[in-house]
Design a binder for this molecule. Structure first.
Ligand code: NAD
Ligand code: IPM
Ligand code: MN
Length: 356
């Protein structure tokens, strides 16, 4: 069977890091009994420029037929005044593929520790489980009037239940701890999340469960990130906290994500945007995209072995300080990518052990 992969190259640094991710995919799958076909289709700003729409119908059709979708990053000043911005396409594709669960890992590996801006000594390995297709991003009414504007935060029981289950199921495979992050001292939607989460938590007696207000949680991510295992939260809080969490590893440019629903293809993308400020210079950090490829191989294609090979090679490049300027290095996107590919070819299935 040939794995069908839809490729959304994106805007500004998008194509630069996608090229890196696809080079790594080619290298790691060589002679590994993994056949795949790539289907590049216009999306975001590229969709607007080529087809007049950030999510052309043909692009959505290709994604729906695929086994997985790889996306880099979209948007930027070129389209900020567009009637339908690239970001609209992103929200629409998440909704159309029912990708309600967004998984954003934060790991400070031993190799990564030297780049972390915080003093923390404890191991840091947590994951943000962000609700992705509801909340204030999608609630209606949503209106702009002469003297006021209006957004709506709305959650149904079913929307909360299904994401809470994803969070607790994930905790069962990890260190069995869930923190629900909300603003239940103010918001009705947060109180509703607490009620439903408490009910579902009872079905997972092995999982410990606590809650934190989002303002305090944003402080704890910096002060004591080792306490978290699974952070479960709604759409907007998850957006904000995941960029903050990324930065404690050293750079936003290193964090991948998976978005999934109950069936159909999952989508893999860096958590960051199109970084217009550094586009075209060849210095974008490709690790977020390369790790998104690793996540795809493990989760959509059951190839944990290939995923591990990529992650081992990524760790070695970090350990050897072959890193882009966002991590304080002087290497280019290509140099980082080629270093990782060299390690992949050398180690194959044999795991590299960092020497500290
Ligand atoms: P951004 O994430 O693009 O950039 C924030 C900062 O992080 C910038 O200084 C940038 O240079 C840096 N950065 C991000 N990724 C990097 C990488 N791989 N290597 C090195 N540095 C990196 O956020 P922004 O500037 O606020 O947004 C730019 C555009 O991206 C906007 O149009 C926004 O809507 C869009 N956006 C898209 C996505 C997505 O496609 N999923 C996510 C976030 C933002
Ligand atoms: C992200 C981005 C998007 C979001 C934007 C571009 C719509 O910031 O994927 O984190 O807010 O979800
Ligand atoms: Mn974001």
């Amino acid at each position: 069977m040939t794995a069908q992969i839809a490729v959304l190259n994106g805007d500004y640094i998008g194509p630069e890091i996608m090229a890196a991710g696809l080079k790594v995919l080619a290298a790691v799958t060589e002679n590994q009994n993994f056949d795949y076909a790539l289907h590049p289709v216009p999306f975001g700003g590229e969709g607007i420029d080529k087809m007049g729409d950030p999510l052309p119908a043909s692009t959505l059709a290709t994604c729906k037929q695929a086994d997985a979708v790889l996306l880099s990053a979209i948007g930027g000043p070129k389209w900020d005044k567009a009637k339908r911005r690239p970001e609209t396409g992103l929200l629409e594709i998440r909704k159309a593929l029912n990708l309600f669960a967004n998984i954003r890992p934060t790991v400070i590996s031993p190799a990564m520790r030297q780049y972390s801006p915080i003093k923390n000594e404890d191991p840091v390995d947590f994951v943000i489980v962000r609700e992705l297709t509801s909340g204030i991003y999608f609630g209606t009414p949503r209106e702009t009037h002469e003297t006021y504007a209006l957004d709506t935060m709305r959650y149904t029981e079913n929307e909360i239940e299904r994401i809470v289950k994803v969070g607790f199921d994930m905790a069962m495979k990890r260190r069995k701890h869930v923190t629900l992050v909300d603003k239940a001292n103010v918001l009705d939607t947060s109180k509703f999340w607490r009620k439903i989460t408490a009910r579902i938590a009872a079905d997972y007696p092995e999982v410990t469960y606590d809650t934190s207000y989002v303002d305090a949680a944003s402080m704890k991510i910096i002060a004591d990130p080792g306490q978290f295992d699974v952070i479960l939260t709604e759409n907007l809080f998850g957006d904000i906290l995941s960029d903050e969490a990324a930065q404690i590893t050293g750079s936003l440019g290193t964090i991948p994500s998976m978005s999934k629903g109950t069936d159909g293809p999952a989508l893999y993308e860096p958590i960051h945007g199109s970084a217009p400020d550094i586009a075209g210079q060849g210095i974008a950090d490709p690790l977020s995209m390369i790790k998104s490829v690793a996540m795809m191989l493990a989760n959509s294609f059951d190839r944990q072995d290939l995923s591990d090979t990529i992650m081992t090679a990524v760790d070695k490049s970090i350990d050897d300080q072959i890193v882009t300027p966002d991590l304080g290095g002087t290497s280019t996107t290509d140099e980082v990518t080629d270093t990782i590919i060299k390690t992949i070819k050398k180690v194959g299935q044999h795991n590299y052990e960092p020497n500290h």
